[in-house]
Design a protein around this ligand. Structure first.
Ligand SMILES: Nc1nc2c(ncn2[C@@H]2O[C@H](COP(=O)(O)OP(=O)(O)OP(=O)(O)O)[C@@H](O)[C@H]2O)c(=O)[nH]1
Ligand SMILES: [Mg+2]
Length: 381
């Protein structure tokens, strides 16, 4: 019979040591709270003293591993002594005590892990989601609040994602509806920063109208700023077999437009410039002024940083922008910029483009359709 004394901070620590050293059949003889002195006797700390017994030394029976087990046991701070052996009654009492401890430990292990105490509030979750999607911070806060309120009122007839989509769409009102080029618009100008896809989008729209065969399309380019820009548009004009005119200066515009007099839809390409510079906006404005476009569409790439896109959109206001075209949806997974810019600028969406293919990769979609992408987003509400 082996009896050992263990001084531990918590009971499970003692049970683990007893199992390891005295084996599965060991029994706990007694437990009591004690205080041990620390810091040269100036302080004391609470500990539990556990007396355990086994019929034989488990470590000794481990044979070849005994040396290792002994080294480990000796390196652990504990006192060991051998009192008189308990009688047969004490054995059965102690065995049932150990069985009870085993049962409690097993019960503890099977308990589900408690949820984190700091789970964010629904409002905070939605706000974080909208911010990650590129929504402006003031709007993210507003739409998150609306979604939470909507959820309370709807008593969860719909899922949380639908409530968010519903909140954004209802806040946008008619701005959430698709707004393609109007049938009564004859001259439509496309403006936007460099490389966002203005010329490609014009080619897509021209091609769709040519294929539909309902309107005679003409192209006018004012982009003589970039080498090969005219050739790029001319190539599309040749493929589609539509007339093209070029205006180098504002004074060239009347003659250029006159050459397209037979067309009932004139799509105007402009030079891509740095929209953060007021001087660039001024140049485009000077060029657009004699054109007197029925609609001005601001082309914004969805790969632009949302804060920059907002700055550019604000800069573009003097150009008389009516609607947005969002390009390169295929190159991003975040669509938050769409409702965000629509709400902040109060311009609806004419088209969304989804790739480089002319004319296939363009769609007339509502903001609501775009928001449906949130349903598939990683955040599961
Ligand atoms: N992935 C992707 N690429 C696009 C999309 N639209 C246009 N592009 C590509 O973007 C690049 C620039 O397109 P352009 O049409 O020349 O852009 P732009 O705004 O006219 O450029 P600048 O006239 O130089 O300002 C080209 O390689 C296009 O094929 C789109 O929806 N998705
Ligand atoms: Mg271009």
């Amino acid at each position: 019979m082996i009896v050992r004394r263990y001084v531990v901070r918590e009971m499970p620590e003692a049970v683990a040591s007893i199992r390891r050293e005295l084996g599965q059949d060991a029994v706990i003889l007694s437990t009591r709270n004690i205080r041990v002195r620390k810091w040269l006797g100036l302080k004391s700390e609470r500990r539990i003293e556990v007396m355990a017994a086994a019929k034989e030394d488990f470590a000794a029976s481990a044979g070849a591993n005994f040396g290792q087990a002994l080294k480990k046991a000796m390196s652990e701070p504990r006192d060991v002594f051998t009192p008189a052996a308990p009688g047969p009654d004490a054995w059965s009492e102690l065995t049932s005590e150990l069985a009870e401890i085993k049962r409690m430990l097993a019960e503890n292990r099977s308990k589900p892990t408690a949820p984190p105490l700091t789970a964010p509030e629904p409002h905070e979750r939605w706000r974080a989601f909208l911010l990650a999607e590129g929504v402006d911070s003031v709007l993210a806060d507003r739409w998150a609040r609306m979604a939470v309120l909507g959820a309370e009122e709807a008593a969860s007839a719909t899922g949380p994602k639908e409530q968010l989509i519903g909140a954004v769409a209802s806040d946008l009102g008619p701005l959430a509806d698709p707004a393609p080029i109007r049938r009564d618009s004859r001259i439509v100008a496309f403006v936007g920063p460099t490389g966002v896809g203005k010329t490609t989008t014009i080619a897509k729209i021209a091609a769709l109208h040519v294929l539909a065969g309902q309107r005679r399309v003409g192209l006018l380019t004012t982009d003589t700023f970039r080498i090969a820009a005219v050739e790029q548009l001319r190539t599309y004009a040749d493929i589609l077999n539509v007339p093209i005119a070029i205006a180098d200066e504002p004074d060239d515009v009347p003659a250029a437009l006159a050459s397209l007099g037979a067309c009932d839809l004139v799509l105007v390409d402009t030079a891509g410039r740095n929209f953060l510079h007021g001087s660039s906006i001024e140049q485009i404005k000077r060029m657009l002024s004699p054109i007197e476009a029925d609609e001005v569409l601001l082309v914004v790439s969805l790969t632009t940083k949302p804060a920059d896109a907002l700055k550019m959109a604000k800069m573009a206001k003097p150009l008389g922008v009516d609607k947005f075209i969002f390009t390169k949806l295929d190159e991003t997974e975040s669509v938050g910029m769409i409702p965000s810019l629509v709400a902040l600028c109060q311009w609806p969406v004419a088209y969304v483009t989804t790739g480089q293919n002319v004319p296939d990769d363009i769609d007339i979609v509502s903001v609501r359709d775009v928001l449906q992408a949130w349903k598939e987003a990683r955040h599961d509400g």
